[in-house]
Design a protein around this ligand. Structure first.
Ligand SMILES: C[S@@+](CC[C@H](N)C(=O)[O-])C[C@H]1O[C@@H](n2cnc3c(N)ncnc32)[C@H](O)[C@@H]1O
Length: 273
């Protein structure tokens, strides 16, 4: 499995629980290859993976909706955007900058262009940029993205990405954000807390990746303590919540009662000072 294939998987998760994710467009990316992987994932890792990703999407959709209601002229900058479709659910005038590895960006740009043309999707203003967070420098990333931020404030989204990065790349990205953003701008981020690493379900996830890693790409398997977010220069943590807690609000019927039995990610909203 290649890292970018995980983008198809999480998109399919969202499509399986549309009433929770509130993403009616995720299903556009569904495909047989990804569908064939899911039974094994649910059986070997956790049956709650799809619902948790739908909950994660819902949380960020609500945060983005509230942010752009207050700031109708803003820009969404989605780092490691994968196949996320917030831009089509948010109001039409919101400008979106999508950033990911080249194969994802090329495929997404061409598919979205076609779907807007044939009326499957509503028209939107979207810029696409191929960036590798690991190999591109801070300066290169900032130089590439900054000219496209013509509408402020910005909301930077970093969803489902940090697990795959190492500490150096993570620090680089938060430096990039601080250079791109102005006071009042926000970041939405997701990561596993180090405590999750000792759970059986997390170890089943790592084994799954190890067994299915048919490439030379190294999976970094990163966990991040919440103290990291509290110590980022120039930012204040505005919100901090985990999927276990959100499940009680968004999916009480799922009866998710044991935190340690699920792949429980922590979600953060940060504000630039
Ligand atoms: C699990 S997907 C999440 C996609 C999307 N944010 C979502 O939540 O649906 C992880 C994404 O991070 C991207 N990614 C991982 N490592 C990256 C890197 N070094 N540079 C750029 N993108 C990267 C992958 O290509 C993929 O699209």
């Amino acid at each position: 499995m290649k890292v970018h294939e995980t983008a198809f998987i999480v998109s399919t998760y969202r499509s399986l629980h549309e009433t929770i994710s509130k993403d009616p467009y995720a299903r556009l990316w569904n495909n047989d290859k990804t569908n064939s992987l899911l039974p094994e994932i649910f059986q070997q890792i956790s049956s709650k993976e799809a619902i948790l990703h739908a909950i994660r999407n819902r949380f960020f959709l609500e945060e983005l909706t509230a942010f752009f209601k207050h700031h109708p002229t803003g820009t969404l900058i989605n780092f490691g955007a994968g196949f996320s479709m917030y831009q089509f659910i948010l109001p039409a005038h919101i400008h979106t900058i999508e950033i990911d590895k080249q194969p994802i960006i090329e495929y997404k740009k061409s598919q979205i262009g076609q779907w807007i043309k044939d009326g499957t999707l509503p028209p939107r203003v979207i810029d696409y940029h191929a960036v590798d967070f690991a190999t591109n420098t801070t300066k290169e990333i900032v130089a590439k993205i900054a000219p496209y931020i013509q509408h402020t404030p910005t909301f930077v989204l970093l969803e489902g990405v940090l697990f795959f990065l190492d500490t150096t790349t993570t620090n680089k990205l938060f430096e990039v954000f601080s250079l791109l953003q102005k006071p009042g701008d926000q970041i939405g981020s997701v990561s596993y807390q180090p405590e999750v690493a000792s759970t059986e379900v997390y170890n089943r996830l790592l084994h799954y990746f190890d067994r299915n890693n048919q490439t030379n790409e190294l999976f970094a398997h990163q966990t991040i303590p919440s103290s990291f977010y509290h110590s980022i220069n120039g930012y204040t943590v505005e919100k901090e919540i985990d999927e276990f807690t959100l499940a009680a609000t968004y999916a009480p019927e799922e009866n998710i009662l044991i935190k340690e039995a699920i792949l429980n990610e922590s979600l953060y909203i940060l504000k630039r000072r």
